[in-house]
Design a binder for this molecule. Sequence first.
Ligand code: 5GP
Ligand code: MG
Length: 179
Amino acid sequence: MPHRPYVIDQMISAKAISARVEALSHEITAHFKGTNKLIVVGLLRGSFVFIADLVRELDLPVEVDFLEASSYGDAMSSSREVRILKDLRGEIAGRDVLVVEDIVDTGFTLSHVVRLLKSREPKRLEVCVLLDKPSRREVDIKATWTGFQIPDEFVVGYGIDFAQRNRNLPYIGKVRFTD
Ligand code: 5GP
Ligand code: MG
């Protein structure tokens, strides 16, 4: 499958992403105003570009940690079974936590991660996702903040891959097979 020829059609420009990240960061800053520390938890690997841009716009004391849940691998659809491949380094009990995810699709990944992190009893836990595909949802979960709602297309760029490629694109585009 990864060897089928494809092109990438731009869907969201770098400029539109950066404007949206700035707006989201203002809302997040306002929400957590007065916190002594916000632990920003990025879900690896797809959120690494988004989290890098987001934290630089937050006007708050911030700590960054990462968690890796099992992903699609090289496939293009969800496995429904979520495993934790890499856990947080730090404690979140009694802390303010912001979970940052690239895409919420069926919702299995995010709901699993949120349930796990809530079991550690953070003071507050909110979720920020860059992209939401509402038409694909199977598990009832809603992020506190969403960057963009998108149709049911397989997307890449701005940290998001197809078989580990295309994470370095500055924009978000959809994969279109040409064979
Ligand atoms: P869910 O568990 O909500 O079905 O899947 C969420 C995960 O699937 C996201 O973290 C993301 O890594 C991956 N995913 C969902 N849609 C896409 C997509 O269009 N492109 C890529 N590369 N990954 C996706
Ligand atoms: Mg992911």
